[in-house]
Design a protein around this ligand. Structure first.
Ligand code: ADP
Ligand code: MG
Length: 258
């Protein structure tokens, strides 16, 4: 037994001939906010998708992914083939992934289904208790006043807060957020990061977030995991990384276009 919130052993992922993750092993013991950093294409989203059970790794003996002590994926003889399941993880996307034509409240209620696939059949059949919980989640993120509004009428920052409420409705034990502020203006970005920090501190839900803005990572995250070309480049406390290491992280492998 240990207190690691995330354990990854020998994780590789190849797309066509491109090695996106190269035999990664990683332990995260810190239950605060962990930033996944690295240049574009370094494998951040791919790693996050594996942690949340949204993607399957290469077939390789010894691969194992545990999140909050639960086996999310294991491959190889010892693990009797492939296993991929979703730990109770909330997932926040850059583009919010809400159902635009439904109300804010219904979008949060969808979190109670555990998967977005079944919402069509179940909309309208939520219990009064579920509605109460959804309203509570909306209050938590400061969006209760918008419950009856269509998602399409909200700003990006407001939509991201609704997506966070949906994770709370899911009773997520951990939140994965993939570039949650990349589409937001600076003020909304701050609001969303502060909300994640507040939820982490008060509800005790660990957050793992990919960010391409290093300054946000240093401000809001206690732990850093930096990837470069599919390999772990740095792992440790955010306040221990040197500016030389940060420069080296983004040197050379940055795409020519940016
Ligand atoms: P990051 O999130 O750090 O920008 P990604 O994890 O999205 O990086 O991508 C890592 C590498 O894997 C990139 O070279 C990318 O082009 C490739 N890749 C990611 N997803 C796919 C996919 N579905 N099909 C093919 N290549 C992919
Ligand atoms: Mg990405």
């Amino acid at each position: 037994m240990n207190n690691n919130i995330i354990e990854v052993r020998c994780l590789s992922k190849t797309f066509d001939n491109k090695k996106a993750l190269k035999n990664i092993s990683l332990d995260i013991a810190h239950a605060g906010i962990t930033a996944l950093l690295g240049p574009s294409g370094s494998g951040k989203s791919t790693l996050l998708r594996h942690l949340s059970g949204l993607a399957l790794s290469d077939k390789k003996d010894g691969t194992e992914i545990r999140v909050m002590g639960e086996l999310v994926q294991a491959r190889g003889r010892a693990a009797s083939g492939v296993r991929c399941c979703r730990a109770r993880a909330g997932y926040i996307f850059q583009q919010f992934n809400l159902v635009n034509r439904l109300s804010v409240l219904t979008n949060v209620l969808i979190g109670a289904l555990g998967s977005t696939a079944r919402w069509r059949t179940l909309t309208g059949r939520f219990t009064a208790e579920q509605r109460r919980q959804a309203m509570q989640a909306l209050e938590r993120v400061g969006m209760a006043a918008f419950a009856g509004q269509r998602v399409s009428t909200l700003s990006g920052g407001q939509q991201q807060r609704v997506a966070i409420a949906r994770s709370l409705m899911q009773q997520a034990r951990i939140i994965f957020a993939d570039e949650p502020i990349a589409s937001l203006d600076p003020e909304s970005a701050r609001t969303v990061m502060e909300l994640l920090r507040d939820i982490n501190e008060r509800e005790g839900i660990p957050v793992v977030v990919t960010l391409h803005q290093v300054d946000y990572a240093l401000k809001y995250c206690q732990q850093l995991v930096a990837l470069r070309e599919g390999e772990i480049f740095y792992q440790g406390a955010a306040d221990a990384i040197t500016s030389e290491a940060l420069t080296a992280l983004y040197a050379r492998s940055r795409p020519l276009s940016s």
